[in-house]
Structures are given as C-alpha cells and as structure tokens.
Ligand binder design. Structure first.
Ligand code: HEM
Length: 482
C-alpha cells in the first residue's frame, strides 16, 4: 500500500493525516491492511436500550468472568485426590487427622497459600451472586415477555445455562470433600440410585463403584473446571451473538416502536457504563470475599459417614431441591418387580418437571394466547396480569421449598417439633402460591385501572434535537429507512 493511497483515504473522510498521532497512526496502518473500519464502525455504533433491568444479564456475565479468573488461581493449589493423607499444616485443631488429599489441599489453600483464603471466598461468593443474577435475569425476561417470538431460542439456551450453572455450583461445592459437601454428594448419589432401571448403573459408573469410591472427586474436578465452564462459555457466546443479531427488546415509550431500538451507542457511552458495572461487580464480590466468611470447611472436618450433623445447609440455589427432599411424603412404589424409591419423586421428578416447564413456557403461552407475532416491545408486568400472577405464584412455590430446606433450623429456633414444621411447610407449599397469585392478579388490575401518575418520569423525547447518545437503529424485520 502506497503513502499516496493512504492520503486519498484520509481526504475522503476529511481527516488530516498530519494531525494523527500514536494510536491513530497505528489504527490507520492496521485498517489499510485489514479494512476493518467499516465493521468496527457498525459494532461501535450498535445501540443498547438503557434500562437497569438489562444489567442483570451483564452482572451474570461478569460473574462468570470473575469465576474463571479466581478458579484458575485455585486450580494451581487444589489437588483433586481421594488418597488418604495425614494433615500436618498450620491449622492446629486438624493436625494429625486423616483426610483426603482434596480436603488437605483446601485447608492448605485457606491457611498456607498467600491470598488463598480470600480468593477461595471470592470464588464462592461469586458463584452465589452468579446464580442469583441468572435467576433475576430469567425473572426479568419472564415478567416482561422478552421470551416471546423471535427470542425463544435464547430462552432455551438460557434455561440450559441455568441448569449448567446449578450443576457446576454443586460440583465445585463438592470438591473439597469435607463433611458438609461430601454429605451433599452422598445425597446426589442416592438420587442417582433412585432412577428406575438405570440408576444403579449410572451411579456406579459415575462414582466408579459404591459411594464414596476413589474416582468421583477427580471426575468432578474435570467437570467443574473444564467441561461445564467450556459448555457455558460456548452457550454464552451463542446467547450474546443472538442478542446482537436480533437486537434488544425495549420498554414501550415515546419514539419506541416495534421497528427501532433507542438507547446508548456501544461506544463510548454504553462501553463506559458496562466497564463501570464490571468494576462494581468485582468490588462487591471482593468485599464479600474479604469481609464475610463463607464455607469455613476447616470447622466441619473430613467426611465420616457417622458424623453427619444437623443444621446442614446447601448453597442457596440447591435449597429448593433440599426442601423438596425434606417435604415430599415417603412414597415407595413397587412396579413390575422394581422398586421406585421415595427419593425419585422429589429428587428427579420435581426438578425434571421444573426445567421441562421452563423450557416449554414460551410455547405454552403462545398456544394459550394464540399470539405468534414478533415482539420487540416489552410488556410491563402489570399489563399481563395472568402471566405475572402465574410467575409470582410459581416463585412463591420455590421460595417455600427453599424455606423447607431449612426446616431443622426453623424447628430449633422456634423450639417446635420437626413434624409440625414439616406439616406447616407442606400446607404453605400449596396455599401460599395460590394466595400470592390472586393478590398479584388483583394488584396488576388495580395498577392498570389507575389513572396515569403525573409524577412518573416522562419518557425521553427523541425529536427534535435528539441528544447524540440517544439513537434510532432499524430493528430486525423493519422496513428499510431513508
Ligand atoms: C449464564 C447465564 C446467563 C448469562 C451470563 C446471560 C447473559 C445475557 C446478557 C448479557 C443479555 C443481554 C442483556 C440483557 O437482556 O440482560 C441476555 C439477554 C437475554 N437472555 Fe440471558 N443470560 C444467561 C441466562 C439466561 C436465562 C436463564 C434465560 C432465560 C431462561 C435467558 C434469556 C435471555 C433472553 C431471552 C435474552 C434477550 C432479551 C432481550 O432482548 O430483551 N438468559 N442474556
């Protein structure tokens, strides 16, 4: 490429080359060779709607990044082995105790590796925030109808990621092989065993024999650090590519139609906001990891079958499953010479139905409402009382299950018999969702019947004199403009 040619291009764009310095010269040099400026232009000018609820997905995405970074650090020091060793590190109360290599290395990580404890705690806290952000993101998608045509594929990918996030959290939680986590793993083993016909095979293949065996920690390690993160990374890339391609939905408002996207350009405003959000997420999880103790597993001791204690709690995103196990009646069924154990219903059927319904929701709703058109404008939850009431009722169902996962703690604190607490939760499980759904439905109707509130912030006016960061962009399927 000649110098003359470069000057011509600059002249076309009204740029004086004499004014270019440093980064500008390098950028032009690269563009002369790769011709990427047009593509970069379209990327940097991509428009994102500006609404706080759209940040929930981004918080989840940034948590994933932090999990990978902190996880890489932990991997340098964690040994995924089941070999029996005698602890000889700096934590006095456990010195001389027999334990697995995995537990031994987690204690060393906590007490003998510089920054080990804080990174472990940041990793754990981030996993909890990650799952919470994913669920909150799912709720925003659900309650605003963002899952409707044409975004069903992203809903399906999202539900799959939610399942992977829960599994990966459970796998990570199980790795240290302490009394608490190995008890959780043992519950997982029993649930696998309860699957009719194939359960025994799956459990013994995965655990390499009867529980606990010596293979499972090594296998969970590969699943936790490689297989599931890689799957999440691939699905997340597809998820974001689809958001990019289909463009964002937006709330209704002045100047917003089914055929445009209003908001902030990626560069510089949205990028700056998003970078700020990333810094904020890092700050919050670092503060949590540095200040709030989490999973002090040196207090639990190594796993011994007979040493299981009460008041044992899983991480929050497993609470609903724990509650399901604790509340379900002990139904043991004998069918054609096979026994279906009592764990099968709460451990396999309840989560199976949960995720099957989640996957199917966009299609169920489209069928019931006969609405098969494309939607670029979101619903406000109050304008869809039926959907909002069902969502609130279903959320209540899972919140009651989560509460039931702590029934022993309730019994201790209330000084009540565990059977009374259980019975109360069983009644609440059916009554509370119906009450909440009815109240939500009524509230939505009352809100839509209310005359518009003058004190509500007015929607931004686009014309005339649109500020530079508020742009219109043709959306998918829009008639060509100009
Ligand atoms: C690892 C978990 C997930 C991450 C990191 C993630 C990330 C994101 C991000 C950054 C966006 C764009 C911003 C936004 O709308 O919030 C988005 C959009 C979207 N997500 Fe997710 N997501 C995840 C899980 C889910 C789940 C569980 C669902 C639903 C079941 C879901 C469904 C969607 C849909 C339908 C959109 C398009 C929304 C629109 O255009 O308004 N995602 N996701």
């Amino acid at each position: 490429m000649t110098g003359e040619h470069r000057i011509d291009q600059g002249a076309e764009r009204g740029i004086e080359h004499g004014d270019e310095h440093g980064a500008g010269v390098v950028a032009r040099w690269v563009d002369d060779r790769l011709r990427v400026s047009k593509f970069a232009d379209s990327v940097l000018n991509h428009v994102f709607p500006d609404n706080w609820s759209f940040l929930l997905g981004e918080i989840a995405m940034y948590c994933f990044v932090i999990l990978v970074l902190t996880g890489v650090f932990l991997t340098f020091f964690f040994h995924a082995g089941s070999r029996d060793v005698v602890y000889s590190g700096s934590y006095g109360p456990l010195r001389g105790v027999h334990m697995s290599e995995a537990y031994d290395s987690t204690i060393s990580l906590s007490f003998d590796v510089r920054a080990g404890l804080v990174v472990r705690q940041i990793h754990h806290w981030t996993a909890l925030v990650f799952a919470a952000a994913v669920v909150a993101h799912l709720c925003r998608i659900f309650f605003t109808g963002a899952f409707r045509r044409p975004r069903e594929i992203n809903w399906i990918i999202g539900v799959t990621m939610l399942i992977l996030v829960i599994f990966n959290g459970f796998a990570g939680y199980s790795l240290p092989d302490d009394l608490l986590s190995a008890t959780g793993l043992r519950i997982g083993y029993s649930i696998l065993l309860s699957i009719p016909f194939v359960g025994t095979w799956i459990a013994s293949l995965f655990f390499g024999g009867p529980y606990p065996g010596t293979a499972v920690i090594g296998r969970l390690f590969i699943i936790h650090v490689l297989i599931l993160p890689a799957l999440i990374a691939v699905l997340l890339s597809i998820h974001l590519a689809i958001v990019w391609r289909q463009k964002h939905t937006q709330f209704p408002g002045a100047g917003r139609t089914e055929h445009n996207v209003t908001g902030l350009r990626l560069w510089p405003t949205y990028a700056a906001k998003s970078a700020g959000l990333f810094a904020g997420v890092v700050a919050v999880v670092s503060a949590l990891g540095g200040l709030a103790q989490i999973n002090p597993l040196w207090l639990y001791g190594p796993y011994r079958t007979g040493a299981v204690t009460t008041a044992a709690q899983p991480d929050w995103y497993m609470g609903w499953l724990e509650g399901s196990l604790r509340l379900f009646p002990a139904w043991r069924v004998h069918l054609f010479g096979h026994t279906i154990s009592e764990l099968f219903w709460p451990g396999v059927v309840v989560p199976g139905l949960t995720f099957a319904l989640l996957y199917a929701w966009p299609f169920i709703e489209a069928r019931v409402t006969h609405d098969r058109t494309d939607h670029e404008l979101l619903d406000r939850p109050r304008t869809r009382p039926g959907r909002t009431a069902i969502g609130a009722g279903v959320l209540t169902f899972y919140l009651v299950l989560m509460g039931a996962g702590s029934q022993d703690i309730f019994a201790q604190h209330l000084d009540a018999p565990i059977t009374t607490v259980n019975r109360t939760f069983q009644v609440l499980l059916f009554v509370a969702p119906i009450v909440v759904a009815l109240l939500t439905w009524k509230l939505c109707h009352d809100l839509t019947a209310r005359p518009p509130d003058d004190s509500e912030e007015p929607e931004p006016e686009l014309e005339p004199g649109t500020p530079p960061e508020l742009e219109l962009e043709p959306a998918r399927g829009a008639p060509p403009r100009g």
